[in-house]
Design a protein around this ligand. Structure first.
Ligand code: F6P
Length: 323
């Protein structure tokens, strides 16, 4: 591999910059020319390439967001868009792409490889942790800590006012952020898409809590728990428990920002390095991931289609500890 291009695509995640830095520096270390592409696949289509040397990525390891910017490209979903992208890759002599993002990003990479044979390697960057082939995705740990710190703050006011708070966290269709932040903040209940708690179960937990003298509670709800909106849930609860003073907080995009945690910086550095080394070893159409502290390369198709299981022990522990 002689010339690579790197892009960040889809929802940004803390640590994407650290991954970009690792890709650029590893490539330069091994005398591979490196281009950054702005705004995800849109930059490929609109010829927004910039040559990157080691100093192009100075002072970014600690920065949230992505200096390349990110996008969910609509044009890249069309054959015409991908054709333009391919022509620009040829124009710059790019023979491989490093795509940092989530499953949408990987779907794009896979199609691009299948259509034009440009070698691609994925680096999992998303707060959702919903990618198979890696124990953690870049950004997940930071988002989890942001959620935890935010819920801790909500707990202070919930306790002072004897209130019930429903707190919605991100994660798209996955409950990893909800389960772990809920366990870490002592939530009364955690509602996730992987385990559909009936409303009766939730209400039973409220009743149990009342009996033990609990005066305030936090319920963490994953955004993907699609049994109606969090406001519907709050209203239903109010109907069942008219005396409860209930509030709803949706944490939202605060979970996507901020300086990456140490774990995310280290993971991003390892995966960015692993992506370039993978390309040097001739790998393509795979994703670099870390499993049990080892670098592993998973076919992109599996990374998109398969799913990491929710840890059942965590569910059980969170229930036991919430009595
Ligand atoms: O995939 C990351 C994520 O933050 C999800 O948790 C969330 O569902 C989605 O992106 C939000 O997307 P947008 O930033 O386009 O509103």
């Amino acid at each position: 591999v002689k010339k690579i291009a790197v892009l960040t695509s889809g929802g940004d995640a803390p640590g994407m910059n650290a991954a970009l830095r690792a890709v650029v520096r590893t490539a330069n270390y091994y005398n591979i020319e490196c281009y950054g592409v702005r705004e995800g696949y849109n930059g490929l289509i609109h010829d927004d390439f910039l040559k990157m040397g080691p100093r192009s990525v100075k002072n970014i390891i600690n920065q949230g967001g992505t200096i390349l910017k990110s996008a969910r490209s609509v044009e890249f979903r069309t054959p015409e868009g991908r054709q333009k992208a391919y022509e620009n890759c040829v124009k710059h002599g790019v023979d491989a792409l490093v795509c940092i993002g989530g499953d949408g990003t990987f779907t794009g990479a896979k199609i691009f490889y299948e259509e034009f044979g440009i070698r691609v390697i994925g680096v999992p960057g998303t707060i959702d942790n919903d990618i198979f082939g890696t124990d953690n995705t870049i950004g997940y740990d930071t988002a989890l800590n942001t959620a935890m710190e935010s819920i801790d703050k909500i707990r202070d006011t919930a306790t002072s006012h004897n209130r019930v708070f429903f707190v919605e966290v991100m994660g798209r269709d996955a409950g990893f952020i909800a389960l772990n932040s809920g366990l870490a903040t002592g939530a009364l209940d955690i509602l996730i898409p992987e385990k559909k708690d009936s409303r009766d179960e939730l209400f039973a937990n409220f009743r149990k809590a009342e009996k033990t003298g609990k005066a305030s509670s936090i319920v963490v709800v994953a955004e993907g728990e699609k049994q109606g909106s969090i406001y519907d849930l709050a209203n239903l609860t109010k109907e069942e428990f008219p005396d409860y003073d209930i509030r709803v907080t949706i944490l939202g995009h605060i979970q996507r920002g901020g300086s990456p945690s140490c774990a995310d910086r280290v993971l991003a550095s390892r995966l960015g390095y692993g992506a370039v080394v993978g390309l040097m070893e001739g790998k393509t159409n795979v994703m670099a991931g870390m499993r049990s502290n080892d670098m592993v390369y998973t076919p992109i198709e599996d990374a998109i289609k398969k799913h990491n299981e929710i840890n059942k022990d965590l569910l059980l522990i969170s229930e036991i500890l919430a009595i």
